[in-house]
Design a binder for this molecule. Structure first.
Ligand SMILES: Nc1ncnc2c1ncn2[C@@H]1O[C@H](COP(=O)(O)OP(=O)(O)OP(=O)(O)O)[C@@H](O)[C@H]1O
Ligand SMILES: [Mg+2]
Length: 356
């Protein structure tokens, strides 16, 4: 799918704007604080169902207004999609797809697959395992809705098990019912682990390829560092083994909610030893690998969104990145007019000017 157009009203610093996009590169150019990331956020919000900057959706509504709306149109050779999100200060948001009300946000996810990269994505390489789990979750969910629902089920069961562990100091009472939660957790956990292991295995060669290309030769290795069980029985037995510890701590210490991905650059851990530029390139490479994974799953490339990516790369890496992205519709924000390609959209104080 390519994003054809976007219309928004009272979104962040935009009062009202409408723009159509190119199927190739779209360069969003402007000085700091003009609304480049806001425009990207509107696209992301319509495609993913939430913001990458905040969980407080009311913040997206333009200051002083009560309501905000985004309408995104996308199409490929065979179908068209219109996603319309309306936000209200006083009530819940409403999401419509092709005019029909969508109840579960998971139903929007994957309709217009996107891959998003911003400087914050460095977290993917540098910070806690939670960031890498988030990466796996969003990515797998975009091409596998079952996974998305499986994950919410797992989280609910985990929550119940943790509540039980905390519910009483009497171990025997806890032991009476914990089996139910162990079983349920194992059933969901094993499936999640399988999906993740497969995902990391699939993404690894593409991440290496993208990293080699942009860095001009460095090797990137990514490995799933997960629960390491073969089946539900083994999963349950590990939960049972960790019971004493869990009971003492009041939460579940074993399971896919502790998963991680290990990332090595030229055989050393990038988290601890990579330079800033190497870490950024590695994070970018992981994201670019998603392009191929989504292409394999859906038959077409997703939309690539790169927020402020140039400022972090040397000129060689910039040029090679642009070459690499020519395979799909791309949105790039930049403050640097000299580094614009394709359709250039100038952004000035929440207003759009179509230059080419
Ligand atoms: N709800 C809102 N209502 C009105 N303005 C807002 C709202 N939320 C954010 N803004 C403003 O939008 C402005 C532009 O933000 P944005 O992040 O899009 O800038 P940018 O063009 O990406 O800048 P940079 O190059 O620094 O990344 C900010 O200065 C912010 O004050
Ligand atoms: Mg920005």
């Amino acid at each position: 799918m390519n994003i054809k157009s976007l219309k928004f009203q009272n979104f962040r610093n935009y009062q009202s704007a409408q723009i159509s996009f190119s199927e190739g590169v779209n360069s969003l150019v402007g000085k700091n604080a003009q609304g480049k990331t806001n425009l990207i956020e509107a696209i992301y919000f319509a495609c993913i169902g939430k913001s990458f900057r905040t969980n407080k959706e009311k913040e997206l509504i333009r200051w002083g207004d009560d309501f905000s709306q985004i309408t995104l149109c996308a199409s490929n050779d065979i179908r068209q999609k219109e996603i319309k999100v309306s936000l209200f200060r006083g009530s819940k948001k409403s999401v419509k797809m092709d005019g029909l009300v969508i109840k579960r946000i998971g139903d929007v996810l994957g309709e217009v697959p996107i891959v998003f990269f911003s400087p914050d994505e460095l977290r993917l390489v540098k910070e806690s395992p939670e960031e890498r789990r988030k990466f796996m979750n969003i990515d797998i969910s975009q091409t596998n809705k079952k996974y998305f629902y499986l994950l919410s089920r797992y989280e609910k069961i985990l929550d119940n098990r943790n509540k039980l562990l905390k519910s009483t100091p009497n171990k025997d009472i806890v032991l009476q019912t914990i089996d139910i939660w162990n079983k349920a957790l194992a059933a969901a956990g094993v499936k999640i682990a399988r999906e993740r292991a497969e995902f990391v295995q699939r993404i690894a060669p593409f991440a290496d390829m993208a990293n080699k290309y942009i860095s001009n030769g460095e090797t990137l290795r990514v490995e799933y560092n997960g629960v390491n069980v073969e089946n539900e029985e083994q999963y349950i037995s590990k939960l049972e083994k960790s019971f004493e510890k869990d009971f003492k701590l009041g939460y579940t210490t074993f399971g896919v909610h502790r998963d991680d991905i290990d990332i090595y650059l030229n055989d050393v851990e990038v988290k601890n030893f990579g330079s800033q530029g190497q870490q950024r390139t590695a994070a970018l490479a992981l994201k670019l690998a998603e392009l191929e994974i989504i292409k394999q799953a859906t038959g077409e490339y997703p939309v690539l969104i790169l927020d402020d990516v140039f400022s972090e790369l040397d000129s060689g890496r910039r040029v090679r990145l642009l070459k690499f992205t020519s395979r799909c519709q791309t949105f790039i924000t930049t403050t640097d007019e000299d580094f614009c390609e394709g359709k250039i959209i100038k952004i000035n104080d929440g207003k759009l000017e179509n230059k080419r």
